[in-house]
Ligand binder design. Structure first.
Ligand SMILES: *Cc1c(COP(=O)(O)O)cnc(C)c1O
Length: 377
């Protein structure tokens, strides 16, 4: 049996007619950049996330970059973030000449630890502390970071909060949606996200009138009006085609999320029934609404051998992420050493994402657990 990590072909079959119809309309209109489909999606996303505004952009990475630009983060500034995330979180900070400051994660949730954020801040010199402009929590795998204490630290110290919600659309923390708790919420429509387009795309949410205006101006090279540049922005525009596809998918998102949650609950049961509770750690559901962009197990021993075994058996899996960011070669000049972020390093060595896509069948899921059991006997 084959169980891919994600099966977008199956999902496409369920929305094919809608997609082809809207695509045809856009081809006929020959209007491909921004425009009414993007505006409609922006309204829908703002409503879905419980934010005042949303601005469609070219990718999740650009959502992060644009948010930092809208706040004016630049050379010599510091932004505190997680070392255990996709590269874009820290990459967007460095690309602006700012310095990522890593604070370790909570080992249970894999999300940025508020205590570690505070500790990292306390360790800085006075002038370094003054240079901290923002904190960027990441809602990893589809579960929100501990936002209340992070927001409290930000308020106390005058930082802006940029939520990297690329993996967490619709996730909740104390009844609030991901992306609605910080100053900016950054989302990705990369195809493998829960709400993916047919290419690259993303969106930024905000409640602030000023940030909203600034995001829209910076999205088109900082021009306002056209050809008059008060700022240096970039091309961060979203395509009409992507927006239209994402709008269609948004109407299905809650039912897909429910399927993911059902699979997650069933995995817990199946691992227990298989007597694997000792060997396989299931994700801790700490916050209100985990949307399971990934179902990530922790394996005490032999993670890489388990992955090879699963690949041989036709089961897709992935390591998110094998090298924590503080140990990436490109950040060597920041001076971090192995052992400095023990929770992130141990997660990088012992976690594995297994299939949790909505369309996965019961027999496919049974097979995944059977294979993991076969590895252990
Ligand atoms: C996917 C992802 C991004 C980047 O999104 P793109 O649309 O691929 O640029 C940023 N942060 C996290 C945590 C992600 O998972």
């Amino acid at each position: 049996m084959q169980v891919p990590l994600l099966d977008l072909k199956r999902q496409y079959q369920s929305i094919k007619d809608e997609c082809l119809a809207v695509t045809e309309k856009i081809y006929e209109s020959q209007q491909f950049i921004l425009g009414p489909y993007v505006e409609l999606l922006e309204e829908e996303i703002a409503a879905y996330c419980g934010s005042q505004y949303a601005v469609g952009v070219s990718s999740g990475t650009d959502a992060l970059l644009l948010s930092l630009m809208a706040e004016g983060v630049g050379r010599g500034d510091r932004v505190i973030t997680s070392p255990y995330t996709f590269f874009a979180s820290a990459g967007s900070i460095s690309r602006l000449g700012a310095i990522p400051v890593f604070a370790d994660i909570d080992p249970e949730s894999y999300n940025l630890s508020p205590e570690q954020v505070e500790a990292a801040f306390r360790q800085m010199s006075k002038s370094q502390r003054r240079s901290v402009k923002a904190v960027m929590p990441v809602h990893l795998y589809g579960q929100c970071a501990e936002m209340e204490p992070i927001n409290a630290l930000a308020r106390e110290n005058g930082w802006v909060v940029v939520e990297d919600a690329a993996q967490a659309i619709g996730a909740e923390y104390k009844g609030q949606r991901a992306g609605s708790m910080g100053d900016f919420g950054c989302f990705s429509f990369f195809p493998s996200k829960n709400l993916g387009g047919f290419g690259d795309g993303g969106v930024v949410t905000t409640d602030s009138d000023e940030y909203y205006e600034m995001l829209k101006i910076l999205r088109v090279h900082g021009a306002h009006p056209k050809y008059y540049h008060k700022y240096i922005g970039g091309n961060f525009r979203l395509d009409a085609l992507q927006a239209a596809i994402v709008s269609i998918k948004l109407t299905h998102l809650d039912s897909w999320t429910q399927k993911r949650q059902e699979h997650a609950a069933r995995y817990r049961q199946l691992f227990e029934d298989a007597g694997l509770a000792e060997q396989i750690g299931c994700p801790a559901e700490i916050q209100d609404r985990h949307i399971y962009n990934q179902f990530v197990i922790s394996v005490t021993e032999g993670r890489d051998r388990l992955r090879e075994f699963l690949t041989e058996a036709g089961v897709g899996s992935e390591i998110y992420y094998p090298v924590p960011l503080h140990l990436q070669q490109c950040f060597a000049d920041l001076g971090y050493q192995p052992g400095q972020m023990p929770a992130a390093e141990s997660a990088a060595a012992g976690t594995l994402a297994i299939p949790v896509f909505p369309e996965m069948s019961r027999s496919q899921q049974d097979y995944v657990v059977e294979q993991i059991r076969a590895f252990h006997v």
